[in-house]
Design a binder for this molecule. Structure first.
Ligand SMILES: [Fe+2]
Ligand SMILES: [Fe+2]
Length: 265
């Protein structure tokens, strides 16, 4: 497919904004740009067509970003400091997901969401560096020792709620899912049951607002930085003194796996 170079670069916010982007963020932006053009001219695949792709790829779709090269070989990772903080993971490990999460948190902030919702948006998809399948549950488990119950609830259940519209609150089923799950995809029964439970829950708005502020296409001219959220992290994220991965919490092993994904066993 031919792309109009100038139009694409303009959507990124010009040369200053581009200079601040990581190579991964640029690759993501290009992918989104190409997909947005593709969507305009192609119909969505069916769920059966998506299913038929499974044994045509060397890796499974649920594998985490850190463990799979987009093309060629994986890159050598910089070691984390001895007592790594959330910011260290953002800068050195959440390479493929940070831009998306920063944009979601930025949107939540602009929409006047509470600090807990902004934090849930900031963290919601970062576990996809480790594992993508059932990422809401994995992500909530990873963050549970360090955030409030409500933040973890928002993170865990955004995964189920994203398949169900709530137009009154501004959430419509995104075309992205027609493309990646298939036009006739129906969520599994456990997702449906989870949705029904959360719909009645007193904290329904927490995961719902994560979906409302989620990004389903690369937003041009928006390149938020982590420092914008330093105060919110300071107030709502319990950074362990020993460093994430070394505090013996129930999810410390998940952080170590992100820290050292090249350990063979
Ligand atoms: Fe998500
Ligand atoms: Fe997301």
């Amino acid at each position: 497919m031919k792309i109009d170079r100038r139009t694409f670069l303009e959507t990124l916010g010009g040369s200053t904004a581009i200079a601040l982007m990581s190579d991964e963020a640029k690759a993501d932006a290009l992918e989104h740009h190409l997909l947005s053009q593709t969507n305009a001219v192609q119909k969505f695949p069916t769920a059966a067509e998506i299913e038929a792709q499974i044994d045509t790829k060397p890796t499974r779709k649920g594998a985490g970003n850190l463990f799979v090269a987009r093309e060629g070989n994986v890159t050598r990772l910089a070691p984390l400091p001895q007592r790594p903080t959330l910011a260290d993971y953002f800068k050195l490990r959440f390479v493929a997901t940070s831009n998306h999460c920063l944009q979601s948190a930025n949107r939540a902030m602009k929409n006047g969401m509470s600090e807990e919702i902004i934090l849930a948006c900031l963290l919601h998809d970062t576990v996809q560096e480790l594992i993508k399948v059932d990422h809401g549950w994995w992500s909530a488990q990873m963050y549970e020792p360090y955030v409030s119950e409500k933040v973890a609830f928002g993170i865990r259940y955004h995964q189920a709620l994203r398949f169900y519209e709530d137009k009154a609150l501004g959430y419509e089923y995104p075309d992205l899912y027609r493309r990646i799950y298939g036009s006739d995809y129906r969520p599994e029964p456990y997702i449906e049951r989870t949705y029904q439970m959360v719909r009645q829950h007193k904290w329904y708005l927490a995961p719902r607002m994560v979906t409302v502020n989620d990004l389903y296409a690369f937003e041009s001219n928006v390149n938020p930085v982590l420092e914008q959220f330093t105060d919110i992290i300071g107030r709502h994220f319990k950074q362990p003194a020993e460093g994430l991965g070394f505090d013996n919490s129930p999810s410390a092993h998940m952080w170590r796996s992100l820290s050292m994904p090249d350990h063979p066993l």
